[in-house]
Design a protein around this ligand. Sequence first.
Ligand SMILES: *[C@@H]1O[C@H](CO)[C@@H](O)[C@H](O)[C@H]1NC(C)=O
Ligand SMILES: *[C@@H]1O[C@H](CO)[C@@H](O)[C@H](O)[C@H]1NC(C)=O
Length: 340
Amino acid sequence: MAPSTSFVFVFVLLALSSVCFSHRPGGGGDGYGYGGYLYPQFYDHSCPMAQDIVKSIVAKAFAKEPRIAASLIRLHFHDCFVKGCDASLLLDSSGKIASEKRSNPNRNSARGFEVIDEIKSALEKECPQTVSCADILAIASRDSTVITGGPSWEVPLGRRDSRGASLSGSNNHIPAPNNTFQTILTRFMRQGLDIVDLVALSGSHTIGNSRCTSFRQRLYNQSGNAEPDPSLDPSYAAELRRRCPRSGGDQNLFFLDFVSPTKFDNYYFKNLLAGKGLLNSDQVLLTKNQQSAELVRTYAENSELFFEQFAKSMVKMGNISPLTGSRGEIRKNCRRVNKN
Ligand SMILES: *[C@@H]1O[C@H](CO)[C@@H](O)[C@H](O)[C@H]1NC(C)=O
Ligand SMILES: *[C@@H]1O[C@H](CO)[C@@H](O)[C@H](O)[C@H]1NC(C)=O
């Protein structure tokens, strides 16, 4: 296909998809929600090596510390849920900017910023002020999924970087591990994501760790009656209590998928069926809603379906409110806005 034909083709496809989604609540105008202008070939001419550079630095970081894969996926998620996928999360505090890194969901837990810095500086050498930090997060998430054994997908590109951050948005819009099922679903729907996306994207907890402080309540006093969460398998709970005491050890780390903690597979869902989901926000997918429970069972039985949906939902999440055209900027350093 000639370049001009493929461009038209992509454009028609995107136009069609925005028609399909146009009934979405909160949708319409301003690119809210579906990234109508993003496409995988965005850097093919301006920075053809971009994706290879991201991939090789992710691979190097992963070789040093496998945990980084989950950390990088989480950065993209925590970025996209606040003002869209615009790298607002990467900004340090300065002047009028109150960094999202200080929010409850991110403080003492968001990590991987140095890897993003390394990618950015390599890209600035190769093609200055061309590849956005927001796109780096999206590509690095895909590469982190692939390197741990998960599905691959083409990442739509062309996001630009914000010139601001939202600490309150970070505190209020990112789902918390102790939120109710309804709150979590509401927070997904606010971004134009649905219950299928919620269950599939939760499946990223097939890798990564969580801190004792994020699930302690389940072990000792789930609903104020001094009893553990009844949906938690008792022997698993006893094991968790050994390194997550009533007080202290807040930062102690636990695998989100204790069976295959560094492999991207569908054991996360199998664990839920056994009452061995680590976080309250994991286990409620099975216990609080029939439709999500059905999806958990489906993905536990069929990892291909999970992989397929995970890829789709990651693209959908990556399309939340991107800055395109002349909005935003291409930061030279992901931690600060450009000086004018
Ligand atoms: C969830 O945890 C946070 C932080 O530990 C706490 O402030 C909040 O009250 C908890 N919310 C619920 C619904 O338990
Ligand atoms: C359990 O939580 C309730 C309500 O938050 C509190 O009143 C009670 O003292 C707690 N019990 C224990 C044993 O920590």
